[in-house]
Design a binder for this molecule. Structure first.
Ligand SMILES: Cc1ncc(COP(=O)(O)O)c(C=O)c1O
Length: 207
């Protein structure tokens, strides 16, 4: 097997990709995408431009839901990723790690309070999940307060503190002792926080 993934981008016809996606990834999503009018597939992206298999260019206003805020394949980011992969693709998980220590120090410098612990993770969902667990274990309290309409992720904990029943109801019973308050209402927040409250989860972006 070669290591060049271009075979997945060049020479495949649109119908094959669409059919394979429908058969093996997600038929419902495939239907939605086709309903919107898409029948091609993405082949490359630079900055804010995404190109498809027919050579069309799209202005990407979604930015990977915010994960591409520097633009697609920013040269500095690509260079940094390549350099790190060449040096060490994954931490040994047992020796001290200098970039991790230095980044944690920087985070402590730019955030309020006296930050002495940092937990690095791969997604917003994991951050919410960890925050819930840290709050419960350190405070020995249970109640979690978050906002109506909020989205914090899809794992059971993160979903439990989300504020949309549509996403939560099908997966119950969820993590208990959660109360959703009105967004932007200090009065409702003050009312909800009591002696058993372990954490208040508020994200500036509701999601
Ligand atoms: C406001 C908000 N919080 C949390 C998340 C979950 O983050 P992730 O998808 O990285 O797990 C998202 C994801 O879209 C989000 O928009």
């Amino acid at each position: 097997m070669g290591t060049d993934f271009s075979r997945f981008y060049d020479g495949l016809d649109d119908a094959t990709v669409v059919q394979t996606f429908s058969d093996y990834v997600n038929p419902a999503l495939s239907q939605v995408l086709q309903f919107i009018g898409f029948s091609s597939y993405e082949v490359e992206a630079q900055g804010s431009i995404v190109r498809d298999s027919s050579g069309r260019e799209f202005l990407d206003c979604l930015g990977g839901y915010g994960t591409m805020s520097l633009g697609h394949s920013h040269p500095k980011l690509v260079a940094a990723c390549k350099a790190q992969l060449d040096r060490m693709a994954f931490s040994s998980r047992i020796l001290f790690n200098a970039p991790q220590a230095m980044l944690a120090k920087k985070l402590a410098e730019v955030t309020p309070g006296e930050l002495h612990y940092s937990f690095f993770c791969n997604s917003g969902t994991e951050a919410a999940e960890a925050a819930i667990k840290f709050a419960r274990i350190t405070t020995k309290r249970k109640k979690l307060v978050s906002a109506k309409g909020a989205y914090h992720g899809k794992t059971m904990g993160a979903l439990s503190v989300s504020g949309r029943d549509k996403y939560k109801t099908p997966f119950g019973p969820l993590v208990q002792d959660v109360e959703n308050v009105e967004w932007n209402s200090i009065e409702d927040l003050e009312r909800a926080i009591d002696a058993d409250t372990a954490a208040v989860l508020l994200e500036p972006v509701q999601g």
